[in-house]
Design a binder for this molecule. Sequence first.
Ligand code: SF4
Length: 295
Amino acid sequence: MKVSLANAMGTCFGVQDAIDLAMSSEFASDLTIVGELVHNPQVNEALKRNGVCLVAGIEDIKKIKTKKVMITAHGAAEKTKRLLDDAGFIVYDASCPLVMKVHQTIKSLVKKGYFPVVVGQKNHVEVKGIVGDLDDHLVINSEDDFRMIKDTGSRRLGIVAQTTQQADKVEALVEKIRALDYVDDVAFVNTVCQPTRDRQLAVHELANQVDLMIVIGGFNSSNTKKLARVCAEKGVEAHHIKSFHQLNQEWFIGKQHVGITAGTSTPEDVINRVHSEILNIAEKVEGMEKATLHS
Ligand code: SF4
């Protein structure tokens, strides 16, 4: 059984920079992270062990007991940052520059007179940050949401994407919006970030070669779920796991080639642990299959 790793996978620079900042000794148990820094349970546990406090979001501002607070790689609205500032916290901003680029892009589209539309998940912290400073906006995720476009009464749309969306899906959706008879003008900037695109391309390539894919990442990680979806769309059996504990030997029986990929918030040590466990399972399964052949 062959085991291959995707050419691009795991932690992106935005997430890694944010983790490094949160783990740095200067905070010495005096830091609260506002919102999940990364969608990865192992990283969040490591942060807690380091004395870092976590709160779900700005709505939990009253629960913050530290002097220092951190905005996550997913970014936040200026309004949120000001609220923290005004409450007297020292604010550390770990917003990924590629998320900040989306904030700037949508604001500049609004200035040009376009109605702002985000392709993404309405309740995702990144999307809440992107739209948080806008007077009006729409978040859409599929064709089912097109009726809301009509309801806005706006015929000129400025569209951006959540950075972890599936790039080709976003483009296809925007093409359909352009064709709507109640839309005159679409200014579209595809803001899916390069690290996400690299991981999506790598999983496409690897899915063409394997008969089983293991996708590693937190169950609430949007980009990890999309990697698994790419495999499902190609008809490749895929299992989304968050750690090696969830590997099941039965998945590997009869398989020739196993691929491994991971979302942008999955750390290297988690990937390495899964990889070495898969190599062990592959060896065991091959041994069992040989024994059956000779019996
Ligand atoms: S997924 Fe992209 S936008 Fe998000 S933190 Fe990573 S590099 Fe930045």
